[in-house]
Design a protein around this ligand. Structure first.
Ligand code: PLP
Length: 422
């Protein structure tokens, strides 16, 4: 491992080698609470950095536009079969380069320009690829939004049903990037059916929880399910589209040739490795621990006097509401980083500050759980955050926390076989 990642590259390209080493050290020494980040396994990293990236394989298994693809077919077919078994899906496309591409492909497959979509507002926890004005989907389609209830911080399904009835969309999107509560997909199917709409579930954030049976599965209810493979699922960067057989041909055509050329075969191999890992019994334990750790961190933050949107979390992330504080989400995140804790700022519903400054933090537990931290560490992290965000703590106070963070991190090596000193 260390040779592949460090020594050899250091000798060949010392500039990139040094930067790569520096980031490995940063990853090891910092506590990462960004809920969309994780540490892929050494097996996933090996497949990702392999010779498979040398091969062009436009098309799909058994129908390629390039010669020399017999092994590519085997790799892609394994990835398809494994992910279908993992989620119980009819059809899988494992080629999307990213979650945003997967969503655009679903739109291209199932909608015409000008068609109406109803999705969650970005500042209430949606995702930009669900149709903010600056996004391709926002420009091509007529997008209307639902949000969370101001009192409860939760999605009010009656309100969503009213919005859907009013706008009569062709597609309803459920799922987002900052919603801390369980999504029950059955009523979403009923809401979509009430106007004859398609239902797209974007489970990018919670795909690992679903695969580990720690969150309801949208497959029985959604026409199309999209997700990234690099968040709770703990795979390589990339995405997958699952769908009912009826949409299979349209989805495949939308990815290739609709949106992409050659698939990243090294990444598809790494996805296959990841799906195999996710089928192991330990993966269920890991996903349950992600939820237990998030719950412990949320409880710890509440003890420290923080308000959480919706009062807590059911999944791997939470939204800390700083609306009433003198400091912004941006200041809080910068102060945490100074203390060795990487957390991202996020808008909170009905935020009065801009999307760049924000009034929230969005901590999550996947990365810390991967390195073996448990509830005790989560409670300690909550305490550090409470001190780090205060202006009065100052640089000296934050430097002291950073040292304590580094000591805790040393007890939880991310890649024990790697030599950080090379
Ligand atoms: C809900 C959701 N959908 C889609 C995406 C987009 O994924 P990518 O960054 O791979 O384009 C994200 C990324 O954070 C997401 O949270």
């Amino acid at each position: 491992m260390s040779d592949i990642f460090h020594r050899s590259l250091n000798a060949i390209d010392p500039e990139i080698g040094a930067l790569m080493n520096a980031d490995l050290k940063r990853q090891q020494d910092q506590i990462v609470l960004i809920p969309s980040e994780n540490y892929a396994s050494p097996a996933v990293l090996l497949a990702q950095g392999s010779v498979l990236g040398n091969k062009y394989a436009e098309g799909y298994p058994g129908k390629r536009y390039y010669n020399g693809c017999e092994h590519m077919d085997g790799i892609e077919q394994l990835a398809i079969d494994r992910v279908k078994a993992l989620f119980g899906a009819d059809h899988a496309n494992v080629q999307p380069h990213s979650g945003s591409q997967a969503n655009v492909a679903a739109f291209l497959a199932l909608l015409e320009p000008g068609d109406r979509i109803v999705s969650m507002k970005l500042d209430h926890g949606g995702h930009l690829s669900h149709g903010i004005p600056a996004n391709l989907a926002g420009k091509l389609y007529d997008v209307q939004f639902y949000g969370v209830n101001q009192e409860t911080g939760r999605i009010d399904l009656n309100e969503v049903a009213d919005i859907v009835k009013r706008h009569q969309p062709k597609m309803v999107i459920v799922g987002g990037s900052a919603y801390p509560r369980t999504l029950d997909f059955k009523p979403w199917r009923e809401i979509a059916d009430s106007v004859g709409a398609l239902l797209l579930a974007d489970v990018a954030h919670i795909a690992g929880l679903i695969a580990g049976d720690a969150h309801p599965n949208p497959i029985p209810y959604a026409d199309v399910v999209t997700f990234t493979t690099h968040k709770t699922l703990r795979g390589p960067r990339g995405a997958v589209i699952l769908c009912k057989e009826a949409h299979a041909e349209a989805i495949d055509k939308a990815i290739f040739p609709g949106l992409q050329g050659g698939p990243f075969m090294q990444s598809i191999a790494a996805r296959a490795v990841n799906f195999k890992e996710a089928m192991e019994p330990e993966f269920k334990t890991y996903q349950r621990q992600i939820i237990a750790n998030a719950a412990a961190m949320a409880a710890g933050l509440v003890v420290e006097g923080f308000d959480l949107i919706s009062g807590g979390t059911d999944n791997h992330l939470m939204l800390v509401d700083l609306s009433e504080r003198a400091y912004s989400g941006r200041q809080a995140a910068d102060r945490c980083e100074e203390a060795g804790i990487v957390v991202n700022r996020n808008t909170v519903p009905f935020d009065r500050r801009s999307a760049f400054i924000t009034s929230g933090l969005r901590p999550g537990s996947p990365a810390t759980t991967t390195r073996g931290m448990k509830e005790t560490e989560m409670r300690q992290i909550a305490k550090w955050i409470a001190v780090a965000v205060q202006k009065d703590t100052g640089s000296k106070g934050r430097a002291k926390i950073k040292e304590e963070v580094r000591e805790m991190c040393a007890r939880f090596p991310i890649y024990p076989d790697l030599d950080y000193t090379v």
